[in-house]
Design a protein around this ligand. Structure first.
Ligand SMILES: Nc1ncnc2c1ncn2[C@@H]1O[C@H](COP(=O)(O)OP(=O)(O)OP(=O)(O)O)[C@@H](O)[C@H]1O
Ligand SMILES: Cc1ncsc1CCO
Length: 273
């Protein structure tokens, strides 16, 4: 385990400060560098690379390619956050190329973003999901994608789904205030980079469960203790920094199956919206 791992996160300005603060709160050291003359050196010194397609620019996409190459060579964990790809063919093309070239361990998006990656039609509303339910066919296609690219998919939403080569895991914690504050998904990606930097490849799924569990359980505590969105956000950071593993253990609402139809049923039975 690396003390204060350096997490190189190439991302957009909308949520950059929150992402850095979330990484700090959980014990990492964030760096958001994107200058082409320095990103390779910085990635080489880092313990994980996270790239996020929100509000993208040509400059930032090229920084991601330069860093992706170094991360691949150094076998660092890479997280790709698909922010906005459901409404942008530019981002979709970039995401596919990035996955082919640099083999990220983890590809993350909301339901609309993951469906768009797999060429399904979506009801996306900009960076927000417009889709909630998943079909057996869609889940099967996610599994095939993981097999083809040796990656894990994280589909966020009221019920998060982790897809790997042989199983599906649903995580049901969270607060609906998480979608009323912008950038909580982006902040989760930074946390995922931190948790992946702490484990070997074989433990990637456990690290994803821990990261999602920490954010969503922190959001439940914050929701209980606050009335509005401003104080919710402040409280969320308090809990991210202060929650101890034993306050999370036993609270994660976890459901694992191999068959996609079991996941479709579970999501239908447990969906609140
Ligand atoms: N309706 C909901 N109820 C409870 N938790 C939710 C809900 N929707 C999302 N979450 C949680 O919020 C976090 C962010 O997921 P979301 O799907 O909003 O990401 P996103 O669309 O990428 O976010 P952003 O664009 O704000 O970065 C996840 O941890 C997820 O578990
Ligand atoms: C990138 C971006 N664009 C609008 S809001 C936002 C941050 C959450 O995705």
């Amino acid at each position: 385990m690396i003390k204060k791992p350096l997490i190189h996160y190439i991302t957009h300005p909308i949520a950059m400060t929150d992402c850095a603060n979330a990484i700090l709160a959980i014990g990492g050291s964030p760096i958001m560098a994107e200058h082409h003359a320095e990103v390779q050196d910085i990635t080489a010194k880092s313990s994980a690379l996270v790239v996020n397609l929100g509000n993208t620019t040509d400059y930032r996409m090229q920084a991601m390619r330069l860093s992706g190459q170094v991360a691949l060579e150094k076998r660092l964990p890479i997280v790709l956050d698909l922010t906005g790809i459901a409404v942008s063919s530019l981002r979709r093309t970039f995401a596919h190329d990035f996955i082919t070239m640099f083999s990220p361990q983890l590809v993350k998006g909301n339901v609309s973003e993951i469906l768009a990656l797999l060429a399904f039609a979506t009801q996306a509303n900009g960076v927000d999901t417009g889709d909630n339910h998943l079909t057996t066919e869609q889940l099967m296609k996610m599994r095939s994608f993981c097999q083809a690219h040796s990656c894990i998919l994280l589909v966020t939403g009221e019920i998060d789904v982790i897809v790997d080569l042989g199983r599906f895991i649903c995580l049901k914690n969270g607060s609906d205030k998480l979608i009323q504050v912008t950038g909580t998904g982006c902040l989760l990606s930074g946390m995922l980079g931190y948790f992946l930097s702490q484990v070997s490849d074989l433990e990637t799924v456990d690290a994803v469960v821990k990261a999602v569990g920490l954010l969503t359980i922190a959001s439940e505590y914050a929701d209980k203790n606050t009335a509005g969105l401003g104080s919710f956000k402040a409280s969320l950071f308090d809990y991210l920094g202060n929650l101890k593993p034993n306050q999370i253990k036993g609270k994660i609402l976890y459901f694992e199956r191999q068959m996609p139809q079991d996941i479709v049923r579970y999501r239908k039975d447990n969906w609140h919206e």
